[in-house]
Design a protein around this ligand. Structure first.
Ligand SMILES: NC(=O)C1=CN([C@@H]2O[C@H](COP(=O)(O)OP(=O)(O)OC[C@H]3O[C@@H](n4cnc5c(N)ncnc54)[C@H](O)[C@@H]3O)[C@@H](O)[C@H]2O)C=CC1
Ligand SMILES: O=C(O)C(=O)COP(=O)(O)O
Length: 495
C-alpha cells in the first residue's frame, strides 16, 4: 500500500495558476498544459522553501499528484521523490520509448531537477514544451524530511548562501527497528524459509496439507541459523557493541551509553572483532563511498553479516559479491537499498527502502522540518542544517523587532566592515551573533531602532561589502508582526 505521506522526487516550477502535474513511471502528464514564464529575478522575492523525501524510486504503478502548496507564491516548486534511480537503471529496454521531441509552440512547463538525473529520464520531456532547468534562483531554503541529504546539491546551495536543513533523529527509531529485524534476517533463514514454503513446498506438494506440513518439518533443516550472541537486541539483546564515529558530536556522544559500549578510533579494530557490521553514516562522495570495500572485507571475520540501512554506495557490492562467490565471505548482506552487483544473490536480502517508512517517523520528520523552516523564515534561526552553522539569537525584551540576517563569505574583517557600515547609517546594534562553518559566515543583528528604509539599507550594505551573499531583513519578528516573510530578501548574485 502506498504510504500516505510519501512524495515523489522531481520538481516543477510555475506560476500560481499552473495546473496540477501528475507523475508516474511514464513521466509527467499535464492536466491542462499552459505556458509558464520563468520569473525574472526580482529584488523583492518571496522565500521559497521545499520539503521532500528521499532518493528512492516511485513505487511502480503509483501516480503521485503534485500540486501547488502556497497560494500566493511567485513560483511554485515541488521536489519529488527519486532522482538518481533513473541513473541506476540499466535495463533500458524496459523503459518506455522516448515520447516525441522537437519543437513545441504551445504552452509549456519548466522542469527543475536537483541532481544528475539520467538523460533517459530527461530525454522524455519534449524540448520546447519543457524547459529543463536547475534549482530556481528564487529558492531561499531547503529542508529534507529525513536524514540523508545526498540527493541535494549541498555544495552548490552553500555557494548560493542557501541553508539546507534535515531532520536528524526524527526517523532514527524506525531505522533501528529495521536493523534489529535485519540482525535476525541475517542470522536465521527466515526469508529463505518463507520463500521455500511458498514457492517450493506448496507447489511441489500440490496443495496436499498433510504432505505440506511434513515437508515443512523435514525441510526446516535447510534453514537453520545461529543465535545472536548475548542475552539481552544490540545492547538490549546483550550484544557487545563496538562504535566507530570519528566526527561524533558532543551532543550525540553524551547520549551514548558509554559504559556499555566500546568506542574504537580505528575501523580496522571493528572489522576484526565484529560479527555484524551495520553502517549509519551519511553518504559523502570521496569520504564514505565504499567505506566497506575489498580491503575492509579482507579484515573482517569470514562469517560477518553486513547491514546497510544508510546508503547503498557505502558498501562496495562488487567486492561483497566476489567474497561470496569465492567463499571468502559466508555471511549475509541485508539492506533496504538494492545493489547492482548483488541483485538476486542468495546471500543478499534486499528490502524496499523501508527504514523510515513508519507513520511515526514520517510525522516526526514532517513536523521537525516545518518547525525548522518556520524558525528560519521567521527569526533567522539556523538549526539542523547540514551546511550552515547553528545560530540562535534569543529575542530581547523591548526589542525594536528589527533584525538583519546576513550570509557572507567567511573572510577576515567581514563582521567589522558590516558593523561599521551599520553604525554609519545611525543604526544601533542591541545584540548580535556571528557564526561560521567552512566558507560560510552567518550573522544575525538586532537593532534598537528600525531602519527607515530596510530595502535601501540592504542594497547599500551589499554594495559596500562585496563578500555578502545574501541579506534578509525581518520586521517586527518578536511582536507577532512578521511583516511579510522574505519580502526583504536581497541576494547579491541575482542582481
Ligand atoms: N534507510 C532509511 O530509511 C534511512 C536511512 N538513513 C541514512 O542513514 C544515514 C545516517 O542516519 P542517522 O544515523 O539518522 O544520521 P545522524 O546524523 O544521526 O548520524 C550520522 C553519524 O555519522 C557520523 N559520521 C559522519 N561522517 C562519518 C564518517 N566519515 N565515518 C564514520 N562516521 C561518520 C556522524 O558523526 C554521525 O554521528 C543518513 O545519512 C541516511 O543516509 C537515515 C534515515 C533513514
Ligand atoms: O532519512 C533518510 O535519509 C531516508 O533514507 C529516509 O528516506 P525516505 O524519507 O523514506 O524516502
Amino acid at each position: 500500500m502506498e504510504h500516505p505521506y510519501k512524495f515523489s522526487t522531481m520538481w516543477t516550477t510555475g506560476s500560481v495558476a499552473q495546473p496540477e502535474v501528475f507523475f508516474n513511471e511514464q513521466g509527467p502528464q499535464l492536466a491542462q498544459p499552459q505556458r509558464l514564464a520563468v520569473p525574472t529575478q526580482q529584488f523583492r522575492s518571496r522565500s521559497l522553501s521545499f520539503s521532500f523525501s528521499c532518493n528512492q524510486p516511485i513505487r511502480k504503478a503509483s501516480a503521485i499528484k503534485v500540486s501547488a502548496v502556497a497560494s500566493d507564491a511567485d513560483e511554485i516548486a515541488l521536489l519529488e521523490k527519486m532522482l538518481k534511480l533513473a541513473r541506476e537503471r540499466k535495463e533500458k529496454e524496459t523503459i518506455p520509448a522516448t515520447p516525441t521531441s522537437g519543437e513545441y509552440d504551445g504552452k509549456g512547463f519548466t522542469i527543475k531537477t536537483f541532481n544528475a538525473i539520467s538523460p533517459v529520464g530527461l530525454d522524455k520531456y519534449p524540448r520546447g514544451k519543457y524547459i529543463l532547468d536547475d534549482v530556481p534562483p528564487t529558492v531561499r531554503a531547503i529542508v529534507r524530511c529525513g536524514a540523508g541529504t545526498n540527493n541535494i546539491p549541498v555544495k552548490e546551495m552553500t555557494e548560493r548562501g542557501i541553508p539546507v536543513f534535515n531532520t536528524p533523529g526524527a526517523n532514527a527509531n524506525a531505522v533501528k527497528e529495521l536493523v534489529i529485524c535485519g540482525l535476525l534476517l541475517a542470522s536465521r533463514g527466515i526469508v529463505e524459509g518463507n520463500f521455500h514454503v511458498n514457492n517450493v513446498i506448496n507447489k511441489e506438494e500440490n496443495g496436499d496439507y498433510d504432505r505440506i506440513s511434513k515437508r515443512i518439518e523435514t525441510d526446516k533443516a535447510m534453514f537453520g541459523g545461529q543465535e545472536i550472541q548475548g542475552k539481552t537486541i544490540a545492547l538490549g539483546l546483550g550484544m557487545k557493541v563496538i562504535g566507530y564515529d570519528p566526527v561524533l558530536s558532543l551532543e550525540a556522544a553524551l547520549q551514548l551509553p558509554g559504559d556499555r559500549m566500546k568506542r574504537v578510533t580505528e575501523l580496522d579494530e571493528l572489522f576484526a572483532e565484529a560479527d555484524y557490521i551495520t553502517v549509519h553514516v551519511p553518504y559523502i562522495k570521496g569520504v564514505t563511498h565504499h567505506l566497506i570495500n575489498s580491503e575492509a572485507l579482507a579484515k573482517c571475520k569470514p562469517n560477518v553479516h553486513l547491514l546497510n540501512f544508510a546508503r547503498g554506495e557505502i558498501i562496495d557490492g562488487a567486492a561483497v559479491k566476489s567474497g561470496y562467490d569465492n567463499g571468502a565471505l559466508t555471511g549475509k548482506y541485508i539492506s533496504d537499498f538494492s545493489d547492482p552487483d548483488l541483485m538476486g544473490h542468495p546471500q543478499h536480502i534486499v528490502l524496499p527502502h523501508l527504514g523510515a517508512s513508519t507513520e511515526e517517523a514520517e510525522e516526526n520528520s514532517a513536523a521537525m522540518a516545518a518547525a525548522t523552516m518556520m524558525d528560519f523564515l521567521e527569526t533567522g534561526t539556523i538549526r539542523n542544517s547540514v551546511n550552515f552553522p547553528t545560530t540562535i539569537l534569543a529575542p530581547q525584551k523591548n526589542s525594536s523587532g528589527a533584525r538583519l540576517c546576513i550570509v557572507n563569505r567567511n573572510e577576515p574583517g567581514a563582521l567589522g566592515e558590516i558593523t561599521t557600515f551599520l553604525g554609519s547609517k545611525g543604526l544601533n546594534i542591541s545584540q548580535q551573533i556571528n557564526t561560521s562553518r567552512g566558507d560560510i559566515a552567518y550573522t544575525v543583528i538586532d537593532f534598537t531602532n528600525q531602519p527607515e528604509d530596510a530595502e535601501a539599507l540592504q542594497v547599500e550594505l551589499a554594495a559596500a561589502c562585496n563578500f555578502i551573499i545574501s541579506l534578509r531583513f525581518l520586521g517586527m519578528v518578536f511582536n507577532d508582526e512578521l511583516g511579510e516573510p522574505g519580502t526583504y530578501f536581497y541576494v547579491s548574485w541575482a542582481q
